[in-house]
Design a protein around this ligand. Structure first.
Ligand SMILES: Cc1cc2nc3c(=O)[nH]c(=O)nc-3n(C[C@H](O)[C@H](O)[C@H](O)COP(=O)(O)O)c2cc1C
Length: 257
């Protein structure tokens, strides 16, 4: 066996990774077909659990649908970006394949969400990375959760299909500074989970402060994740839609598909 030399140096890889910025304002230039094909190719080449490919992309091309999705998610760039997608987990197609071949799909809603969302994220992020390598930028949009039930209806998503997030892509028309991250020590554990020390939490808050207007990351986090924050509202909607899409532990056993 011969060792294959690395194709890029660490510095080159970091330079490519450092291109990433979430961008929400795009130039109107459409993607050439060749680039769009490359993005979709990258999405489909992502690793996928059991090679089952438990995801679907809804490409938004109809201006009316784009406008409605933009409104439902409160992310206007879903209407204006050169490319807009809703990236979904999808075990519906899996059920169809099984039934078509004479098998009865099993009942595993929790596992379906676990692996389906994983597959969707991997495919979507692979697409975004390919886009960034081609000089584009993008934005993931978790705002799909805000009016998830209406979105499921609008996109005619069958049982077993659940939006994970929107994804917009295009040439950037804004150039934000690179956004900070917490220190590596907090996200990398060795062999067993290590509780952070209080001074490390202080440092994380200090590092992240510049991304907020008031320099207070905790306040921003609280708006989303504290008691009374927006995630509690999203939780109710998500539980309702999980049930409707037959992806809740309380769904009836007979149908994922
Ligand atoms: C799953 C996910 C959901 C997100 N949802 C939204 C969103 O709804 N609206 C938005 O403007 N940005 C959204 N973002 C973008 C994040 O705000 C952004 O990634 C973060 O601020 C870090 O900035 P950076 O990507 O430029 O490093 C989302 C990102 C992820 C990964």
């Amino acid at each position: 066996m011969t060792d294959t030399p690395p194709t890029y140096t660490s510095a080159q890889v970091r330079a490519l990774i450092d291109r990433h910025r979430t961008v929400r304002r795009y130039r109107p230039d459409p993607l050439p077909q060749e680039h769009l094909d490359t993005l979709l190719y990258a999405a489909q080449r992502a690793p996928t659990d059991a090679t089952a490919q438990m995801y679907s992309f809804i490409r938004l091309t109809d201006p009316a649908v784009r406008a409605q999705v933009a409104e439902l998610t409160a992310n206007p760039h879903l209407a204006s970006a050169p490319e807009s997608f809703v990236v979904c987990m999808d075990v519906h197609r899996l059920a169809l394949l099984l039934e078509h071949s004479g098998y009865t799909p099993g009942h595993f809603p929790g596992v379906a969400v676990h692996f389906g969302v994983g597959d969707a994220v991997l495919a979507g992020q692979s697409m975004l990375l390919a886009a960034e390598l081609l000089g584009y930028q993008g934005c993931w949009i978790g705002g799909v959760l805000t009016h998830l039930d209406q979105l499921v209806e609008l996109l005619a998503l069958p049982e077993g299909v659940l939006p994970f997030a929107g994804l917009t892509i295009g040439l950037p028309d804004e150039h934000p500074a690179q956004r900070p991250r917490v220190q590596r020590k907090l996200v990398l554990h060795e062999n067993r989970y290590r509780e952070p020390e209080l001074h490390e939490l202080d440092e994380a808050l200090r590092r992240m402060a510049p991304i907020t207007a008031r320099g207070d990351w905790a306040q921003t986090l609280a708006r989303y994740f504290a008691v009374g924050g927006s995630m509690e509202q999203r939780e109710q909607v998500l539980q309702r839609v999980l049930s409707r899409q037959q992806l809740s532990a309380h769904s009836q056993p007979e149908s994922v598909g």
